[in-house]
Design a protein around this ligand. Structure first.
Ligand code: NAD
Length: 400
């Protein structure tokens, strides 16, 4: 399929001229990473995306669950997206519905609660349903969204169990619509650089990786320490970033894991259902190892680091919504921080418009849940647990 960058220079110049003559201000806006058109110049969007931009068509997104992530990140990001926009909401709280309706000018016909949600099937304003609920509810709502015949993004981690992940994938396959996981960092320049340098072995084959991600949990979102709603503790919520980062930097799947639970400071209270922290190791077929830590009892300066015989590459802080800082043994990466969620959602819209596969599919969500479950099994048994049978999917730098 022809990508944007394969368009002839003349047609691209003509398109840019059209934008600069008036459409540009509304369609392309001001990029945070350069001039007003740099977003388009840097992208590899498909031809249908250019048509959508020219005809000012944006896909409609409905956010399901208006908690902290929707409020603080996704709704603001949907004011920056070019290919999709906030068109609807699903909430159980009447006061939130009223506030969002006013703040984002959402018509009543695009506002649902959890009982009326299935009627979204009949709403042509909604193309994409984005599930931003506690993890234990992801499967039910993805299956309902699939039955509604909409494209779906589901937040991470995909579900508490691999069995639920498989059900979600099957439901989406049956619907024939696109399905992705809310893995925002695959669209972030520092993480893309880690993928590129690691996978291309710019400093030789990676032999050792280290990754930390954790924070002191204050119980502001109690579902995160409820086993049924969260599937587990910090490993599910924060450790998943370490698992992902290690895999896409190394460019291989682990063959086994070992793990040990961290001391639990409140086993009868906050952490009575889920772990307070985990230290684990992922082993690779070529002998490389990744040492990782996660916690709800300790603020960690998030880290993703890879070492090889000829140098190192490192992000610290590594996993935030911004402020990511990268360096290698040759010096600083000097890369921009960008609106991650806006890029992630625009990429998904581009996949829909051009019928391309997403680089963060449901199968990748399943793979990660399988690894997280293997880590829990390793911690429970004290044994090394094989991961050879996990879903074989990788985000390769040259996969698109
Ligand atoms: P939150 O608690 O702030 O929001 C959850 C929302 O779900 C609330 O609006 C709540 O009212 C609603 N809800 C519906 N039924 C519920 C129930 N039975 N129990 C509890 N809440 C219920 O949580 P959040 O931090 O916004 O997380 C939501 C999802 O987003 C989770 O899957 C989480 O892992 C994910 N998340 C992803 C990122 C990321 O960077 N990709 C960051 C934060 C959260």
């Amino acid at each position: 399929m022809k990508s944007y960058n394969q368009f002839s220079a003349a047609s691209r110049r003509e398109f840019m001229r059209t934008l600069s003559l008036g459409l540009g201000a509304t369609l392309v806006g001001t990029s945070t990473i350069g001039g007003p058109l740099s977003w388009l110049e840097e992208s590899s969007y498909g031809p249908a995306t250019l048509d959508a931009l020219q005809s000012r068509k944006q896909l409609g997104v409905a956010l399901v669950g208006l908690g902290k992530y929707s409020t603080g990140q996704l709704a603001p990001a949907l004011q920056q997206t070019r290919l999709c926009k906030l068109a609807g909401i699903v909430t159980g709280t009447t006061s939130k519905a009223a506030q969002w309706k006013k703040q984002y000018t959402i018509p009543d016909k695009n506002i649902y609660d959890y009982k009326t949600f299935d009627r979204i099937a009949d709403n042509p304003d909604i193309d994409i349903i984005y599930i931003v609920l506690p993890v234990g509810l992801h499967a039910e709502y993805v299956e309902r969204a699939a039955r509604a015949g909409k494209h779906v993004i589901c937040e991470k981690p995909m579900a508490p169990t691999a069995e639920e992940c498989r059900r979600m994938i099957a439901a989406m396959q049956k619907s024939g619509k696109k399905f992705s996981i809310g893995y925002r960092l695959h669209f972030e320049p520092h993480h893309q650089e880690m993928m590129r340098l690691g996978q291309q072995q710019a400093y030789g084959p990676i032999t050792k990786l280290t990754s930390d991600n954790g924070f002191r949990f204050g119980n502001d979102t109690p579902w995160r320490v409820d086993k049924e709603l969260a599937g587990g503790g910090p490993l599910m919520d924060m450790g998943i970033y370490c698992v992902q980062g290690v895999i896409y930097t190394k460019g291989q799947l682990p063959v086994s894991v070992t793990a040990k639970l961290a001391p639990n400071p409140d086993p009868k209270g906050l952490f009575k259902e889920v772990e307070a922290g985990v230290n684990w190791q992922m082993q690779f077929a070529d002998g490389a190892v990744a040492d990782c830590r996660t916690s709800y009892a300790e603020n960690m300066n998030s880290l993703l680091r890879a070492e090889s015989s000829r140098g190192f590459l490192e992000l610290q802080p590594a996993f935030g919504y911004g402020g990511i800082n990268g360096r290698t043994s040759k010096g600083p990466m000097n890369l921009p921080n960008v609106p991650q969620q806006a890029r992630q959602m625009d990429d998904f819209a581009d996949c829909i418009l051009n019928n391309k596969p997403t680089r963060v599919p449901g199968e990748m969500g399943l793979r990660d849940v399988q690894i997280l479950q293997a880590i829990y099994r390793a911690a429970e048994t004290g044994q090394k647990v094989s991961t050879k049978d996990i879903q074989q999917v990788l985000d390769k730098t040259n996969s698109r």
